[in-house]
Design a protein around this ligand. Structure first.
Ligand SMILES: Cc1cc2nc3c(=O)[nH]c(=O)nc-3n(C[C@H](O)[C@H](O)[C@H](O)COP(=O)(O)OP(=O)(O)OC[C@H]3O[C@@H](n4cnc5c(N)ncnc54)[C@H](O)[C@@H]3O)c2cc1C
Length: 402
């Protein structure tokens, strides 16, 4: 019997998945989730592309490759057994030139190494059989890639946590975690503390994860640098020009993928997301400026090193930030019939992207244990796809329950 007391910081999909996994594995445990907002899943978990990634791109053997594959299976199972919408619409990664075909072949080989189901390479005519309006010289087709609403999944997990006698405390911003003689105290602002102590804590604080980790005695780097991603919804009359997901071949010159077509689970067709530095970690309107957040990245040497190495990428992204027409044109390279489609802006997402002090973006998931406190320090995309597998990994492998 395990009647230990666990604190989970952050009610995004990862924090909720960890809380659920603890209650599944240890039904007698006491699990308390602390979320600073008035509800769960108000940040990345409800501001993303909604894709259940099949695991095409990730370095075989890395955490992303392993947890994405397992996570995709678990998300599918969770949606189907809980009546949550799940659409296996499939995805094409499309090469437009011979040079891109070489890189596409490398992705195909990785997807085989990662055992992604049913992937195959298509020629130009075969592309038309899947996406009649799409042009390309070759494409990688992943028919098992799906779309969902991660916000809906997170809210369903929150209900399940309560049914399993877990507790979710919203409106509770945790300032710091301290550990003494194997007991963890949860501190809030104004010298306030939670009235019970905990045996273990898991911090899943997304865009605030580096700050909470540092205040709780973990190492300072990597730091979170926020990059927003803008989406546009295309005129609904034209949404059927694309059936599923159409992606470019990633270019190693650019740290982010470039805009693409993403079908939403509500049936809308979106273009996006681009990627540009955000003047606030939680600034979704793009109109405000958070002085503390901007000061944080401007005084980080990693940010300046990243910027100096990525000027051409910044320019590419800036074009899509500055002009809606450029944004649409980028995507229309793949579907020319949508070159002049009218679009309306949709809510942004803001990526919690970890950056090392040498300016490199951390690619793989980073999960660090320090004493009885575990910190998720980097969980970018496919972090939502992987959430249920990240939870299994943390509960069954990272945490020691001795
Ligand atoms: C633009 C964009 C597109 C993406 N597309 C996809 C995709 O298609 N597929 C995919 O798999 N992944 C995608 N991702 C990644 C995915 O959204 C994230 O990996 C995932 O949502 C991370 O979940 P999380 O719970 O770790 O973080 P979050 O959802 O950000 O949750 C963190 C929570 O912690 C809370 N919190 C923070 N600090 C404190 C504190 N001090 N005290 C209490 N609570 C605190 C926050 O309020 C928040 O609720 C995308 C992300 C972005 C931004």
């Amino acid at each position: 019997m395990n009647n230990k007391h666990y604190a989970i910081i952050g009610g995004g999909i990862n924090g909720l998945a960890v809380a659920r996994q603890l209650l599944l594995d240890f039904p007698d445990a006491k699990v308390t989730v602390f979320e600073k907002e008035s509800d769960v899943a108000m940040h990345q978990s409800s501001h993303n592309s909604g894709v259940v990634h099949a695991g095409l791109y990730y370095e075989p053997g890395g955490l992303k490759a392993r947890l994405c594959r397992r996570g995709a299976e678990l998300v599918k199972e969770y949606c189907l057994s809980n009546n949550i919408a799940y659409d296996e619409c499939g995805k094409l990664v499309v090469a437009l030139s011979q040079e891109e075909e070489g890189r596409l072949e490398a992705i195909y080989q990785k997807s085989l190494a990662n055992k992604v189901p049913d992937v195959r390479m298509l020629n130009a005519e075969q592309i038309k059989e899947i996406e009649p309006n799409c042009i390309g010289t070759r494409a990688l087709h992943s028919p098992r890639t799906a779309i969902v609403s991660y916000g809906d999944i997170a809210r369903h997990i929150a209900k399940e946590i309560k049914q399993r006698n877990g507790q979710i405390c919203t409106g509770r911003a945790v300032a710091q975690l301290t550990e003494k003689a194997g007991k963890i105290t949860v501190h809030f602002d104004n010298n306030e503390q939670y009235d019970a102590q905990f045996d273990y804590a898991v911090s899943c604080a997304g865009l605030q994860s580096d700050r909470l980790a540092k205040r709780s005695g973990d190492i300072e780097t990597p730091k979170i640098v926020p990059f927003f991603g803008q989406y546009y919804v295309i005129d609904s009359q034209f949404k059927d020009h694309v059936k599923g997901l159409i992606y470019p071949v990633p270019d190693p010159k650019y740290p982010f993928l470039g805009v693409h077509f993403t079908k939403r689970i509500d049936g809308q067709m979106t273009i996006g997301p681009n990627a540009f530095i955000s003047f606030g970690r939680e600034n979704y309107s793009g109109k405000k400026f958070n002085l503390g957040d901007v000061y944080d990245f401007l005084t980080y040497k990693g940010f300046w090193k990243f910027s100096s190495k990525n000027m051409s990428a910044a320019l590419r992204e800036l074009k899509t930030v500055a002009s809606q027409t450029n944004f649409v044109q980028e995507a229309a390279k793949y579907v020319p019939s949508l070159a002049s489609v009218s679009v309306a802006p949709a809510t942004r997402g803001i990526r919690a992207q970890a950056m090392e002090s040498d300016g490199s973006l951390v690619d793989d998931f980073v999960i660090r244990k320090q004493g009885n406190i575990t910190h998720i320090r980097n969980a970018p995309s496919p972090g939502a796809t992987s959430s249920l597998a990240i939870a299994e990994y943390i509960v069954r492998e990272v945490m020691s329950h001795s």
